[in-house]
Every structure is written in structure tokens, then in C-alpha cells.
Design a protein around this ligand. Structure first.
Ligand code: F6R
Length: 595
């Protein structure tokens, strides 16, 4: 949550870099935005609302400064307002600070600083930081010392950056919140995530927890907590700047839905060989696991984990799935035989990170299944498998869900030592079949017909149960309409009371359990509800439904992945017709770094 950008250099206009970066970071938070540029004094611009509002308000000129920081906010302490927007400054406006994370001891620090005469203008936890810096400056500290002394007082999570008046260095620190540095030819960058500066450079340094950095036009110096300089590796990211743009689509979400065949191909590349009949994941070559497997994840990633756990059980492994926020290491048996897999697109989700840390402390082997190279989860875990979906900007997860499922199918092959020729063949054919769904889908027409419904229900069993949950999550988060997903057999145990002729039911019917789900469809129809069957057997199942969204048969394990794509499209088109803020739904943020 919250996005941070910073630039110090001579090659580009600082304000332009900051505004471009903030637009690229809006998926992390979008209730207020601001920036500060050091140009002898500090020029600070900030306001409630999104980045385009800020951009319209500030003069187009550059500020003749060499260093600046910016922030887009997802509010935690205090509502969205001009005052609560970052950057925050000290009493004399000598330093400006942006922060992502939560300062847990801010109340005590604020009381201490207020008693010492500091005046606060916002409700935020962040504002203590510039005042702590100010007090250190008053005691004779240099900017670098003052910044370190302030950070030393903080408890909690933070990615924090500060600029001082008349100083072209940006001071940076990180603890449990994402922060990546960019090495350019004409300057240096920092951001919560790589796409924010990808247009300028693809060379990055991943800052570790507890590290500090000084970012200036001439270079980046990374130091440890004691101030000793650390040699850091510069990595090159293989994301294309074009990946982070909309490429002519109205919304990132629609673009990302259409990128799914490509995302799948990248996920499978050099891992699945039909010729040799093998699944090989190089990153996992040293992973040994014979004991129980536990998945921890949130939201859409949890739905992917449900799918993965089921596959592993079917392959003879003991696998359980936990909502990361409910993973209580005290009440769950964890031994050094246990493998705990954190499924997380961003690799930064606080609930998932805390579950993974608990698992590590309890002695389990941990594995991160993530999209973001160098993310917190990737660093926390003993092993990492990347899903290679490319940047996902729309807040609603789409291509990363599909890539997670494909990666989990491969993981199940690796962990069950049984390379299944059928699964391998089906995986290889999946991208083309997904393309076929995108080309032929009639989801838009279905959305038009049911846009005024009171609520939407989604049912499926077996591998389709997580698809039903995910279909409902997607519908509620981008349309703001009531939607629920159920294991099909559960409908009659209560939720059926909600079913009326104004509540369309999407029934995902593929694979061997079709007969039972058809029975559930009949129960629904008897109550007058329209049924939309999402199925690979349109002839057989279509007769029980008022509408059909057809998908090709991709085998028993993968056809549900295709069914999910139809549901993504229905949600997208309902939200589109309701004129919702599809890429930035209200109250949500892409990377949820608070518990
Ligand atoms: C929904 C969505 C969220 C995320 C959840 C976990 O579309 O995107 O439910 O799946 O916040 O995020 P990650 O996967 O980054 O851990």
C-alpha cells in the first residue's frame, strides 16, 4: 500500500519523473498524492485525490532541482485529505519525507515531540519522521546522521525517503516494506516497485530490510545499520516498459486479461517439455519435501492455493490451505518436515509475510510462489518459484491468478515426482486454448443482460470450487455488487434462500463431477434464477441453463483455469457498463502491506 518514487539526477526533469512514477504506482493507493523537490528550499505539492488531479494543479515547469520524492497514498492513519497527503515536513520545512508502512510507536513519539514544541499538521504516523529529523538537526547532526537517528527510533514497517533543502541526496531506509533502487545513466531512482521507473532504467538494486541508502546524481551508496558501506549487486529486470502501459486498451484489467496466453507461455517456458515428458523447475532443484505441505495466501492468491493444494492431494501428498491472516503457528502442527508455500503475486502482502515468518521460525522449509523478483517473500523464503506473469497494474488480479495456477500445476508435478504425460500435454496446449476463449467469448453479452441483477452467485465443485470463489471476488471488487461463490454442494445448505429470479447463478461445470453440479443447477432453476453454465460440454450442459459460456476441454486439471477467464470477462463487462473505476476500485490497493 502507498507508492513511493524518488529521483536524483541531471538527465531528466525531476517533476516529470516523479509524476510519471506516481501514475505508475497508483495501483498501490490512490486517495491522495504529492511530491517535494529540493531546489535551495523545498517545493512541496500535495492534495487529496488522484495523481491526475495533482498534475493538473502544479505548474508544468521544472523546479530547477536535482532531487525529489513523491508519494501516492492508501490511507491508514487519518482520512484522505490535503493535510494527510505525503510528503510531510518538519516545522521549518527543511526536510520532506514520504513513507510506506506503519510506524507502530508513532503515538509515543508524537507526544514526546509535541512536548518538545513540535507542531503537527496531519493525523498520520509518518509526520513524526520529519520532526525526529528536525530535532536531530537542531542537535548538530548532519542530514545523514539525522536521518539515521530518526529511523533508529522507529518501530514497525517502513520504506522511507527524505530530501533536505539545498541537498541533492535522497536518504532512504527500508524495513518490511518494499523499496527498490534504480541505476540510470543520467541519475538514480528509488521506488516501491520497478514499473515506476522502468521507462528510465531497467537496472535495479534490491534494498534489504535494515539497510540504508544515499541516492544522488553521482551514485547510490548502500549501508548497513551501523553505517558500513555494503557492496550491492545490480540486477537487470526483463520487464518491457510497454508491459507497464495500457497498449490501447481502455483498462489495465482488460489488457491483462488479454495478456494471459503470453503470461502462460512465459510461465511454462523451459519448464515443461512434452518431448522429454518432464516438468523441471530450475529454481526448485534443491528443494526436498516429503512431509506435509501447507499453503498460506490471501484473496485471489488463496483461491489459487486452494487449487494447488487439491492437485497435490490428488497426487498423493498431504496438503492444506490456510488464509494467511488465520495461520496461527501455535495451533498448527509445523515441524522441520513441513513445507510452507506462500502464494503471493506481489510478494509483499503483510498477512502472507507474517505467516511465512512464523513458519520459518517454527523450523519449516518455506517456498515463495511470487511474481516479483527480489520481493520480500522471495527473500524471506528458503526457495522461490517465479510465476513470470510480468507487471500487473490493475488492482484486480487476473493474469497473475492464471499464472499462479499454471505454476502450481507444475509444482504439484515436481513435488509428487510423477511427471504426468496428460498434465504436461494439457499445460503445453493451455495458452492456445486460453486465446480461443478470449477470441470467442460471449461474456460481454451475458454481462449486458444481467447488469441490473440484485446479486450474483457462483457455484462449482472440485477444482471449480476455487473458480467459483474467484468469480465472486472479481465481481464484487470491481462492480461493487453483491456476489458470493460457493462449493456447489453447499448451496442447498443455506445460501439457496437468497436465490431469486433476480440473482443469476454462474455454474462452472467441467470434468467428472458434472452430473452432481447439474443437480445443483436444477435446484436453482426451480427457484426461477437464470443459470449461466460455464462449461466444456455446451451440448450436454447447455440444456439445463439459460445461457452458456463455452470453454475448450483442457483436461481435468486445467479446464477450470479457462472457465475462470470467462468469469473475469463477465465481471469486467458488468463493471464497464456500470462505469466503475475498474483499475482502481474504491477502498482497495494492489499491494496490501498492513495486517
Ligand atoms: C483480488 C486481489 C487480492 C490479492 C490479495 C493478495 O483481485 O488482487 O485479493 O490477491 O490481496 O495479494 P498478493 O497475491 O500480492 O499476496
Amino acid at each position: 500500500m502507498c507508492g513511493i518514487i524518488g529521483y536524483s539526477g541531471t538527465g531528466n526533469d525531476v517533476q516529470e519523473v516523479l509524476l510519471t512514477g506516481l501514475s505508475g504506482l497508483e495501483y498501490r493507493g490512490y486517495d491522495s498524492a504529492g511530491f517535494a523537490i529540493s531546489n535551495g528550499s523545498l517545493a512541496v505539492h500535495k492534495r487529496e485525490g488522484d495523481v491526475s488531479g495533482l498534475e493538473a494543479e502544479v505548474p508544468a515547469s521544472n523546479h530547477d532541482g536535482l532531487a525529489g520524492i513523491g508519494h501516492t497514498r492508501w490511507s491508514t492513519h487519518g482520512p484522505p485529505s490535503d493535510e494527510n497527503a505525503h510528503p510531510h515536513t518538519d516545522c521549518e520545512s527543511r526536510v520532506a519525507v514520504v513513507h510506506n508502512g506503519i510506524i507502530e510507536n508513532y503515538q509515543a513519539l508524537r507526544t514526546e515531540l509535541s512536548t518538545a514544541g513540535h507542531e503537527f499538521e496531519s493525523d498520520t504516523d509518518t509526520e513524526v519522521i520529519p520532526h525526529l529529523i528536525e530535532s536531530a538537526l537542531e542537535n548538530g547532526a548532519t542530514p545523514d546522521q539525522a536521518f539515521r537517528q530518526a529511523v533508529d527510533r522507529l518501530e514497525g514497517s517502513y520504506a522511507v525517503a527524505a530530501v533536505f533543502q539545498a541537498d541533492e541526496t535522497i536518504y532512504v531506509a527500508r524495513n518490511e516494506s518494499p523499496l527498490v533502487l534504480g541505476v540510470g545513466d543520467d541519475g538514480h531512482y528509488l521506488a516501491s516497485d520497478v514499473p515506476a521507473f522502468l521507462e528510465y532504467t531497467d537496472r535495479v538494486i534490491y534494498l534489504e530490510d535494515g539497510q540504508f541508502a544515499r541516492v544522488s546524481p553521482s551514485g547510490i551508496v548502500v549501508t548497513d545499520e551501523q553505517g558500513a558501506v555494503i557492496d550491492t549487486a545490480i540486477d537487470t529486470v526483463d520487464w518491457d516498459p510497454e508491459d507497464a502501459g495500457k497498449s490501447g486498451y481502455d483498462h489495465y484489467m482488460l489488457k491483462e486479461i488479454h495478456e494471459q496466453p503470453t503470461a502462460l507461455r512465459k510461465c511454462l517456458r523451459e519448464r515443461v517439455s512434452e518431448l522429454e515428458n518432464t516438468i523441471t523447475v530450475d529454481e526448485l532443484s534443491s528443494l526436498e519435501s516429503t512431509g506435509p505441505i501447507q499453503f498460506v495466501a490471501c484473496g485471489t492468491s488463496y483461491h489459487a492455493a486452494l487449487y494447488g493444494a487439491r492437485l497435490l492431494r490428488e497426487n498423493g501428498r498431504s496438503a492444506q490451505c490456510f488464509l494467511a491472516s488465520e495461520y496461527d503457528a501455535r495451533s498448527i502442527p509445523i515441524t522441520d518436515e513441513t513445507l510452507v508455500v506462500g502464494v503471493t503475486q506481489s510478494g509483499e502482502t503483510a498477512d502472507t509475510m507474517s505467516a511465512l515468518r512464523a513458519a520459518n521460525q517454527a523450523g519449516a522449509t518455506t517456498l515463495a510462489l511470487t511474481n516479483v523478483v527480489g520481493s520480500s517473500a522471495a527473500r524471506e523464503c528458503d526457495h522461490v518459484m517465479y510465476i513470470r506473469a510480468g507487471p500487473e497494474i490493475g488492482v484486480a488480479a487476473t493474469k497473475t491468478f492464471v499464472s499462479q495456477q499454471a505454476a502450481l500445476a507444475m509444482l504439484s508435478g515436481v513435488l509428487s515426482n510423477g511427471d504426468s504425460p496428460t498434465l504436461i500435454k494439457d499445460l503445453r496446449g493451455l495458452p492456445d486454448k486460453l486465446q480461443h476463449v478470449l477470441d470467442e467469448s460471449t461474456a460481454q453479452a451475458v454481462a449486458t443482460e444481467f447488469v441490473d441483477a440484485d446479486a450474483y452467485f457462483f457455484i462449482g465443485r472440485g477444482y471449480n470450487a476455487p473458480v467459483a470463489l474467484e468469480g465472486a471476488l472479481k465481481m464484487k471488487e470491481i462492480t461493487y455488487k453483491h456476489a458470493e461463490g460457493f462449493a456447489a454442494g453447499e448451496l442447498k445448505h443455506g445460501p439457496l434462500a437468497l436465490v431469486t429470479e433476480r440473482t443469476p447463478v454462474f455454474a462452472v461445470v467441467t470434468g467428472t463431477d458434472a452430473a452432481k453440479t447439474i443437480g445443483n443447477i436444477k435446484e436453482v432453476e426451480a427457484r426461477g434464477a437464470p443459470v449461466i453454465a460455464v462449461t466444456d460440454s455446451p451440448e450436454a450442459v447447455g440444456q439445463y441453463a439459460s445461457h452458456v459460456l463455452a470453454v475448450p476441454d483442457a483436461g481435468p486439471y486445467l479446464t477450470p483455469i479457462l472457465a475462470n477467464v470467462q468469469l473475469q470477462l463477465v465481471s469486467y463487462w458488468v463493471a464497464n457498463q456500470l462505469d466503475r473505476s475498474i483499475d482502481k476500485p474504491r477502498n482497495l490497493a494492489k499491494s496490501v502491506t498492513v495486517e
